[in-house]
Write a protein that binds this ligand. Sequence first.
Ligand code: FAD
Ligand code: NAG
Ligand code: NAG
Ligand code: NAG
Ligand code: NAG
Ligand code: NAG
Ligand code: NAG
Ligand code: NAG
Ligand code: NAG
Ligand code: NAG
Length: 596
Amino acid sequence: MSSVKASIALLCLTTFSNLVSAWPGPKSYVNIKTRSEQIADEYDYIIVGGGTSGLTVGDRLTEDGKSTVLVLEHGFYGGPITLDPTRMYNITSVPQPHLNDRRFNVGIGNIVGGSSAVNGMVFLRGTREEYDAWAELGGPNSTWTWEGILPYFKKGITLAPPDPAQAKEFNITYSMDYWGTTSKIFGSFGKGAMGGVMKVLYSAMKKMPGMTVPIDSGAGETGLYWYPLSQDPNTYARSYARSGHWDGLNRTNYELLVGAKVNGLLFDGDNATGVTFLSRNETNSTIHSVRARKEVILAAGAVHTPQILILSGIGPSAFLKEADIPIKIDLPGVGHNFQDHSYIPSVGFQWGIVPTANVSNPGSGSGAAPNLATMIGMPVISPDNFEAIAQRYADQDPTQYLPSSYDETLKEGFKAQHAVNTKFLRSKHVTFLEIMVRGPGGSVQNLHPMSRGTILPDPKNPTSEMIVDYNAGANPTDIDVMVENIRFMRRFMTTGDLAQYEAKETMPGANVTTDEDLAEWARQVIIPSVYHPIGTCAKVPREHGGVVDEDLLVYGTKKLSIIDSSIHPLLVGATTSMTVYAVAEKAADIIKARNS
Ligand SMILES: Cc1cc2nc3c(=O)[nH]c(=O)nc-3n(C[C@H](O)[C@H](O)[C@H](O)COP(=O)(O)OP(=O)(O)OC[C@H]3O[C@@H](n4cnc5c(N)ncnc54)[C@H](O)[C@@H]3O)c2cc1C
Ligand SMILES: *[C@@H]1O[C@H](CO)[C@@H](O)[C@H](O)[C@H]1NC(C)=O
Ligand SMILES: *[C@@H]1O[C@H](CO)[C@@H](O)[C@H](O)[C@H]1NC(C)=O
Ligand SMILES: *[C@@H]1O[C@H](CO)[C@@H](O)[C@H](O)[C@H]1NC(C)=O
Ligand SMILES: *[C@@H]1O[C@H](CO)[C@@H](O)[C@H](O)[C@H]1NC(C)=O
Ligand SMILES: *[C@@H]1O[C@H](CO)[C@@H](O)[C@H](O)[C@H]1NC(C)=O
Ligand SMILES: *[C@@H]1O[C@H](CO)[C@@H](O)[C@H](O)[C@H]1NC(C)=O
Ligand SMILES: *[C@@H]1O[C@H](CO)[C@@H](O)[C@H](O)[C@H]1NC(C)=O
Ligand SMILES: *[C@@H]1O[C@H](CO)[C@@H](O)[C@H](O)[C@H]1NC(C)=O
Ligand SMILES: *[C@@H]1O[C@H](CO)[C@@H](O)[C@H](O)[C@H]1NC(C)=O
């Protein structure tokens, strides 16, 4: 499928040659269980999903040496490889009518470590204003602000600084105000050699009107900056949930059952008391169960956490009726509010003259070269058109482009998001465009799509694979933004400092200039996913279609929480894994506090 190939190309570009990471060996195999009869009947905590968030919380809850945790993971234990199909679910979206009926690969990890084992390792976080919007949507006194989450970025991620000589040469700055030193999840800069072209691109981008240069990629600001990858600073191996929160821990109170497909929740009244699961190594489809004394914690990711809830009767009542599942709790938000970043794989250019500059300290050659990103808001992307785009969006009936299954509560919730999005479109401090700067040309991403999709089971066969509908491009603002993103790339490549290099546009072609022609091209080439699904069990008030409350407890239940990317109410303008780690760290503190 061409969209899959394009995505692989994008990831290769963003991570250079760091595709296969070393596999340090099965240090804690002792606590890895492969058969249902190897586990106990009951644990303090059951965590569903041994992925990015699940292993982070599992580590933190077992640090005391006392609390017992069982993690149930659908995948198996093995080495991580970016985008390896044997380590991922094989899901294709439904055709997308607003993107010429194309279907898209829904990549998510299916291995111990989850999506952090197969991701592109681009390690970024959103801006202050984006996290503050989470609190605004969360209701009065929400602690999910930038200030409330920053301590957990610091707890969750250790930064290894760049090579000093290379940093001086290329102006790679950083500040430890935004990072920690204790986590075994690392962000680090490779020292791979860089050519003079990066200097030329950096200083040309810096001079684009309105551009700012924050001191650090983690400062919560927009602009032009160098950023780390999630990799070990010494070996350059992938740093991910398994290496940071499982391998080497060897705790008798921390167990992992692999090949376990959780398919339901057990309740005693409102209290969640355990889960049911199938073992993939058994051919006889026996349904097993295991109980939790304190809490059941869902971490199966934005695609599958909604499925487990719905199979247990927690979800939109209309859907549950259609699927003939007895209704336990009517929660219309389950499987709704689905968002992902979207991108155009290439706005193509060729240099007329290849830029050069003298370089004294190119880098030691170890690991990938440091990466440079442009992360900017609409007033910088399009000083001339952003206000008109924002006004057209503000004038929309907020409910106009939503999926037909949105009920009144979800519509209320989206009205609140519409107000936030309107502010976002006018803000310099919210990232709409991401460019991985290495030139000439390249991919452009839209980090704040306004369209909302759904991830729901097949009502006729709810245990089979989920049906993913991005509903991408439904809201015309998403196309308006992408058109301005293309134009920004054009201005960067052909005006200012870079004009002298006489770059020639190969895609879509310099003759494609009108709003209409650019929009038509965009609808043919946009890919509606950068593998960052979120939002399908949002942390917003129940009367706004929320699924979990401020403390991540599922509405209408007790002792049942969700900690994965499904609770993010709104995309931030950054790749998602670092935010998943921070949310999981905060979640672990909340869960520990209420069970102590
Ligand atoms: C190909 C790809 C590239 C990406 N690139 C980047 C990038 O460069 N930078 C970045 O920051 N982010 C990137 N991301 C996104 C990021 O990795 C994810 O947002 C994040 O890892 C999600 O964490 P999670 O805990 O929500 O879910 P996951 O890490 O996906 O964990 C969910 C786990 O639950 C398991 N599971 C699911 N259903 C069940 C069930 N029924 N029973 C038991 N277990 C179950 C799954 O097998 C999986 O292991 C990428 C993702 C992918 C897939
Ligand atoms: C793990 O711990 C057990 C007992 O606590 C010990 O016997 C074993 O050697 C340890 N394994 C590793 C790899 O440290
Ligand atoms: C994915 O599924 C499709 C059809 O459902 C199948 O043709 C393809 O072989 C599968 N790919 C892998 C890697 O299993
Ligand atoms: C928010 O905090 C204020 C001040 O502490 C308090 O008076 C108010 O009741 C709180 N509101 C909610 C909804 O918790
Ligand atoms: C390097 O970055 C710092 C901090 O952002 C800035 O003050 C300085 O002007 C930059 N230098 C160059 C040469 O761009
Ligand atoms: C649910 O859990 C609470 C707290 O542990 C307990 O007091 C209550 O009796 C439980 N309810 C049921 C129905 O078991
Ligand atoms: C379980 O199944 C997986 C995948 O088929 C296989 O790799 C593994 O060896 C099996 N484990 C056991 C204990 O049978
Ligand atoms: C199913 O298989 C497992 C192991 O393969 C076995 O332990 C279990 O008893 C079997 N169940 C039934 C109902 O046969
Ligand atoms: C590189 O340095 C040399 C010697 O100082 C100088 O002549 C040349 O113009 C420089 N080249 C560039 C591209 O700056
Ligand atoms: C641009 O030029 C190409 C190549 O000549 C042509 O195929 C295409 O139709 C033109 N597009 C527009 C919008 O003029």
